[in-house]
Structure formats: structure tokens, C-alpha cells
Design a protein around this ligand. Structure first.
Ligand code: AMP
Ligand code: GLY
Length: 423
């Protein structure tokens, strides 16, 4: 079976790395891919929302399965595009249809879904430019800090957490009336602040059955001690030490099962990965958000721990036979550390030569923002490499990743040295 992966980050390199290990994997393509996927697959120079280009590549290369990495093509309806096309109908697409992808594309839609299906989440209300003054009064009824969320996709920047009431009211006006996040903030969800520790839960579903993947925790802030600006993710750990079997059972009963039932009842066709962003408040799980894809860098620790044949698992998603599979999970801890470009998540330079990747011994180096230029690996993005290692616990795994990172270099390279500090 020839397979195409859509995307070009660390998540897609990791998925490609797993698929390439399967005897059932035919030719493997990644669009657009990076210097890491270039080593193990054929990169195709296509944009992730260039559906016509993707169609042509699928037909030209007899691709039988498409794995969609990022949210953009899903929210834009890539799965529906395949279903509506006579030549593409029979091809397995891993990733939900547009109606279900709206769970990530609209925060209000996700909150309504949770309310309708009794899934624990923060209290909320949503507002538009017409109701901005009601929104300001609503804020007066809430306790500080105030959580304001742009309804639409805002590249991870659309959530503001503000201590001061007047400042929160001012931000609400800027979002709704001042169009701070453009179309993404035409609506704003205001919600109760939840105080706890976050974790990421992943579920693979075929639309009928599902498998719960190992839990993971990612580190979003650029600075040590979880300070500074939000990033796409600076590192991750799996399993999560504070997610006991008892707590995972609560997640299963209160969140995952009602979510899966909710897909049926609300008629949301979902074949793919559900990423449930959770927060542990006391001993109870609450949902912060849904994403309709795997997390990045969580994939770089979750996938290496799953020993199954991933071509078989993805085929089972297509044939709705996931109930015939059980996950085989490596009990060891996996950690990944992201090496990023100097300046990220603000302005940074690209095109820096990366050295030392081949000297990694006890780690796997997944590429994110890298590009092959005349046989040389160069930086091409903010998050550049994810260095994954295994250990008996997160400390042992992290020390291997740090050791590997000491051998890798590019101009301006930065990584956090405190992952796991809160565990
Ligand atoms: P989101 O884009 O919804 O994942 O929000 C981004 C980040 O904001 C989350 O990862 C949390 O750290 C934080 N956050 C979002 N909603 C809440 C909430 N209700 N209470 C506390 N923190 C929140
Ligand atoms: N690591 C968080 C995300 O993928 O959105």
C-alpha cells in the first residue's frame, strides 16, 4: 500500500518513521515533508491545503491511504473532498470530515458539544460584536483571572488569560470590535479559569470503535519554569506520572466515552485522531479543548511507545475494524526536547546549517523545521528538531536527550533544560 502523509513537521516525520518500519508500507510520500522525511520517504512539494495538487499526486503515485497531520486541511474539508470525488472515494483518509473538524475550528462549537453531552469543562458564554457590552458585564460576574478565547483558528495565539477586569474588558472589545485576530475573533468565548495541571489525551477512532493512546504532557512556554510566550511546544513526556490508573479511568468514563457517543449522537463523522486537552483540577479531569489531529511534540513521544504495525492500525480505521486491535505499548518513558531557532516564537532567522545529527546514539532525532539544500540540512522553521529518548523514568530519558543535544548545533539553537520540573 502506497501512503501519503500530509504535513511537514516533527509529527509527520515521526509518523513516517513508524510507517516506514512496517512490512505493509509500500512507497511512502510526505507533502511537503522536511529533511528528515526526505531520508525515509519521497517529499512532494505541495501545500497542505492544495487539494487539487494532492489529488493529482495521489492518482499519479497510486496512493491508497492518506494520513492528515495538521488541522488546516481537515478544517478545510480534505476528507469531504476525497469522499466527493469519484476517483478518490475508495482511498482511506485518516482525519475527520469537516463537520467533526469544527471541534477544533470553532471553540464555541466545541463548548456546545461538551455541554450537550455532559462532558466536564469550564463554565462559559460566548459573545459577538453586537453583544460586546453584555460580554463586559458577564466578565464582571466572573472571578479573576479571565479567560478569553477567539472562536476560530488563530495559530495557537487566540487564548488570553488576564488578571485585571478592566484590561480583560478592553481586550474583549479589541477582539470583537477591533478584530484583533481577524475573522477568528468574530466570536469570543469567555470561560471560567481552571486551576490545575494539564495533560494531553489521544484517541484513535474509526467512527465506531476506538483505542486510547498513552497520555502525554507537553511544555508550551518558551522559557524555563513555564515562563514567557506560548510556543507550538518545547518538549513532551509520556507516560504522565500524575495520571494514575484511577485518574485515567475517570478520563475514560467521563470524557472519552461521552465524546465517542457524542460523535454518533451529533452526527460528526470522525475517523482519525482526537486530541483532548485536559486539565486535572483536584482529582478530576476537565476538557480545555479538542483538536482533531495528533499533538506536536506529543506525537514524538506517543508514537515511539506504540509497537503495533501502524499500517495495519490505519487500515483498520478505514475498514472500521479497530475493535480487532489492541495497542502494544512500551512501558518505558519517552521524552522529547525541541531545539528551536533563536528568537522563536517571535522573529527568527532560517537557513542555518545543522551539524551533529548523525552523532545521536541513544536518541532518535525527528526533524521539524528543516530542509535539505544541496545535500546540507538547514533550518527552515522555528521548531527545528525534536530529540526523543527512552528511559526507566523521565529523568533518565531526558538526560539522554540532553546528551544528544550537546552534539547537535546550529547558529542560535535554543532548548529548555528544565523539562519535567513540575512532575
Ligand atoms: P487552548 O488553545 O484552548 O488550548 O488554550 C491555550 C492554553 O490556555 C491552554 O493550554 C491552557 O494552558 C490555557 N487555558 C485555556 N483555557 C483555560 C481555562 N479555562 N482555565 C485555565 N487555563 C486555560
Ligand atoms: N502540542 C500542542 C499541539 O499540538 O497543539
Amino acid at each position: 500500500m502506497n501512503i501519503l502523509i500530509i504535513g511537514g513537521g516533527g509529527r509527520e516525520h515521526t509518523i513516517a518513521w513508524k510507517l516506514a518500519q512496517s512490512p505493509n508500507c509500500g512507497k511512502l510520500f510526505v507533502a511537503p515533508g522536511n529533511a528528515g522525511t526526505h531520508e525515509i520517504a519521497t517529499n512532494l512539494a505541495l501545500g497542505v491545503t492544495d487539494f487539487e495538487g494532492i489529488k493529482q499526486a495521489v492518482l499519479d503515485n497510486s496512493v491508497g491511504m492518506v494520513i492528515v497531520g495538521p488541522e488546516d486541511p481537515l478544517v478545510n474539508g480534505i476528507h469531504d473532498f476525497f469522499l466527493a470525488d469519484a476517483q478518490l472515494q475508495g482511498i482511506t483518509v485518516v482525519g475527520p470530515q469537516q463537520a467533526a473538524a469544527t471541534l477544533e475550528g470553532s471553540k464555541e462549537f466545541a463548548k456546545e458539544f461538551m455541554k450537550a453531552h455532559n462532558i466536564p469543562t469550564a463554565q462559559y458564554d460566548s459573545f459577538t460584536a453586537e453583544t460586546v457590552e453584555a460580554g463586559c458585564r458577564f466578565l464582571e460576574t466572573m472571578k479573576s483571572p479571565y479567560v478569553l478565547k477567539a472562536d476560530g483558528l488563530a495559530a495557537g495565539k487566540g487564548v488570553l488569560i488576564i488578571e485585571d477586569l478592566a484590561e480583560a474588558q478592553d481586550e474583549l472589545r479589541q477582539m470583537l470590535v477591533g478584530k484583533k485576530f481577524g475573522a477568528a475573533s468574530q466570536k469570543v468565548v469567555i470561560e471560567e479559569f481552571l486551576d490545575g495541571i494539564e495533560l494531553s489525551c489521544f484517541v484513535l477512532t474509526d467512527g465506531k470503535n476506538y483505542l486510547t493512546l498513552p497520555m502525554a504532557k507537553d511544555y508550551k512556554r518558551i522559557g524555563e519554569g513555564d515562563t514567557g510566550l506560548n510556543t507550538g511546544g518545547m518538549g513532551a513526556i509520556s507516560p504522565v506520572p500524575f495520571a494514575s490508573a484511577e485518574f485515567i479511568k475517570k478520563i475514560e468514563d467521563r470524557v472519552i466515552k461521552p465524546t465517542m457517543d457524542g460523535f454518533q449522537k451529533s452526527n460528526l463523522p470522525f475517523q482519525g485522531f482526537v486530541f483532548i486537552g485536559l486539565i486535572k483540577v483536584g482529582d478530576d479531569p476537565f476538557v480545555i479543548e479538542y483538536n482533531v489531529r495528533m499533538g506536536d511534540p506529543e506525537t514524538e513521544v506517543v508514537f515511539p511507545r506504540i509497537q503495533n504495525d501502524w499500517v495495519e492500525l490505519f487500515q483498520a480505521v478505514g475498514t472500521q475494524t479497530l475493535d480487532q486491535h489492541q495497542l502494544q505499548i512500551d512501558p518505558r518513558t519517552a521524552t522529547t526536547i525541541m531545539a528551536v531557532s533563536g528568537g522563536y516564537p517571535e522573529a527568527y532567522e532560517k537557513g542555518k546549517t545543522i551539524t551533529g545529527i548523525e552523532s545521536a546514539e541513544d536518541s532518535v532525532v525527528f526533524h521539524a523545521g528543516t530542509q535539505m539544500e544541496s545535500g546540507v540540512v538547514k533550518t527552515s522553521g522555528g521548531r527545528v528538531l525534536a530529540v526523543t529518548s527512552f528511559g526507566a523514568d523521565h529523568k533518565e530519558a531526558l538526560s539522554k536527550s540532553y546528551e544528544t543535544l550537546e552534539k547537535i548545533d546550529f547558529d542560535g539553537m535554543y532548548y529548555r533544560k528544565d523539562l519535567g520540573f513540575d512532575l
